[in-house]
Design a protein around this ligand. Structure first.
Ligand code: BES
Ligand code: ZN
Ligand code: ZN
Length: 488
């Protein structure tokens, strides 16, 4: 979708649909020259998520759509993001090709300035218009071709561009998520990474296949892909900033393109949803996508460990002992706890080869986090207070919220192995998400700030937030991490 920005004060060009955002309890501010009949405004209070389509008395717009954002007190970027998504969905349903969205000064002020308003508007319009239709036999073409956005000055324009970039990165991640296992394989991560890296001179990619992984001693990761005919991939993407960076950050994603559970086979109900088990990897790819169009100060390493977990005659069996890249031996008690096995080697690789200051991993790691936190907030396990605070702030800024869960020494010792160093699950002690995080902690290099994000609840199946929600992928993590990186 094309987004163009316009100065608010200027007389608006002709449009098939003028979208005006209204604040509850405040006088409706319309663009120069546009007048509405009294009946159109009657009883329209501007309540959050309410809309009204009406015909203007004068002005160059054919129709006007009023979109309520609620009252000033609760009006924030999230409200505008949702309002914009509601508007673009209505425009699409009604078949308006080139709407114009008008953001008043009051709305800008309420959401925190022209930049924030532009950004939220861009995000809401593009994410709200997202549909996954590529696998329907009937070709889909969006009716809304582009939106002209009227707001205040250069800051609004910059914000709009940023919102557009972030939303496209989010939608890119959602496409990867929504593709089923037969369309999205470990090697597809590689293909997309290479395509993105072509877009910028400061972007690069290296990929490890199974041979190179074996040479590095990644027996833990390889134990997961053994039963699959799809080759595992470790995709390492690098973003270098314009100026020499003071920080090196690694983001690492679980890219299980299908998790059947392996020999510890999952039950049939909802097993199809395990195509989403690559959502951490999708988020990492989305960040790399965003970094091809916007700048941050840190050197960013985006790593996806990608694999498929299948049962087969040669698949890893419960009880098998495997050796990770750092030499630790692991008893695979349950082959369905495979995310931690591939991340273990991902963390070793990041710690030893990249040597970052900070590692943040994203993974649909445990069903337990869905029980604990549901679908609206992700679990986080930071190993420093500062990292937890910074990420939580990014969560508030973007609406991709995080909640800290405990990682105790006891959780780590509960994973001591009988025959090997570690076992990949605890036994009957509960705290499944903490156990997953505790397992990962054994593979993080000394002195590295690290945070594990368990996105098993938020990656799909969240409540409707207008710009996302429902059963399909949410692209969670992309906007969160870009916000974190930009504020470093
Ligand atoms: N991919 C799953 C976690 C998951 C389950 C994500 C449901 C989203 C919804 C993971 O690989 C897994 O199977 N974990 C097991 C761990 C258990 C065997 C300790 C789980 O959560 O049941
Ligand atoms: Zn599993
Ligand atoms: Zn899994």
């Amino acid at each position: 979708m094309k987004l163009t920005s316009k100065e608010r004060g200027a007389r608006i060009a002709s449009t098939d649909l003028l979208i005006v955002f209204a604040i509850k309890g405040k006088k409706l501010e319309l663009p120069e020259g546009v007048e509405l009949p009294a009946a159109a405004k009657k009883d329209f209070t501007g309540a959050f998520r309410s809309t009204r389509l009406c015909d203007p008395k004068s002005g160059s717009a054919s129709r006007v759509l009023l979109v309520g954002l609620g009252d000033t007190k609760s009006l924030d970027a999230e409200a505008l993001r949702r309002g914009a998504a509601i508007a673009v969905k209505d425009a699409e349903k009604l078949g308006f090709a080139t709407p114009l969205a008008y953001v008043s000064e009051d709305v800008e002020k309420a959401v925190g300035g022209a930049f924030a308003a532009g950004c939220a508007l861009g995000e809401g319009l593009v994410m709200g218009a997202y549909q996954f239709t590529e696998l329907k036999s009937e070709k889909f073409t969006a009716k809304v071709k582009g939106v002209q956005c009227a707001g205040g000055g250069v800051e609004f324009k910059k914000g709009l561009r940023q919102g557009h970039v972030l939303a496209e990165a989010n939608c890119f991640a959602r496409d990867l998520q929504n593709r089923p296992g037969n369309y999205m394989k470990p090697t597809d991560f590689t293909k997309h990474a290479r395509a993105i890296a072509k877009k910028g001179a400061r972007l690069s990619v290296t990929v490890l296949g199974e041979k190179q992984m074996a040479a590095l001693g990644m027996g833990s990761l390889l134990s997961v892909s053994r039963g699959s005919s799809e080759e595992a991939q470790l995709v390492h993407m690098v973003y270098k900033p314009k100026k020499k960076a003071s920080r090196r950050v690694c983001i690492l994603g679980k890219g299980l393109t299908f998790d059947s559970g392996g020999i510890s086979l999952k039950p049939g109900a909802k097993m199809d949803e395990m195509k989403f088990d690559m959502s951490g990897g999708a988020a990492v790819m989305g960040v790399f996508h965003a970094l091809s169009s916007l700048d941050v100060n840190a050197e960013v390493h985006c790593v996806v460990v990608a694999s498929e977990n299948m049962p087969a005659h040669n698949a890893t069996k419960p009880g098998d002992i495997v050796t990770a890249m750092n030499g630790k031996t692991i008893e695979v008690i349950n082959t369905d706890a495979e995310g931690r096995l591939i991340l273990a080697d991902g963390l070793c690789y990041a710690s030893k080869k990249i040597k970052p200051d900070t590692i943040i991993d994203l993974a649909t790691l445990t069903g337990a986090v869905v029980i604990a936190l549901g679908h609206e907030i992700s679990g986080m396990f930071p190993n420093t207070v500062k990292l937890g605070k910074d990420l939580a702030q990014a969560g508030e800024n973007t609406g991709e919220r995080l909640w800290e869960l405990p990682l105790l020494e006891e959780h780590k010792t509960q994973l001591k192995g009988t025959y090997g160093d570690l076992r990949n699950i605890n036994s009957g002690q509960g705290a499944g998400s903490s156990a997953g995080a505790a397992f990962l902690s054994h593979f993080v290099g000394e002195g590295i700030d690290w945070c594990h994000l368990d996105i098993a609840g938020t990656a799909w199946g969240s409540e409707c937030r207008d710009y996302r929600g429902g059963q399909t992928g949410t692209g969670v993590g992309v906007r969160l991490l870009v916000d974190y990186l930009q504020n470093l």
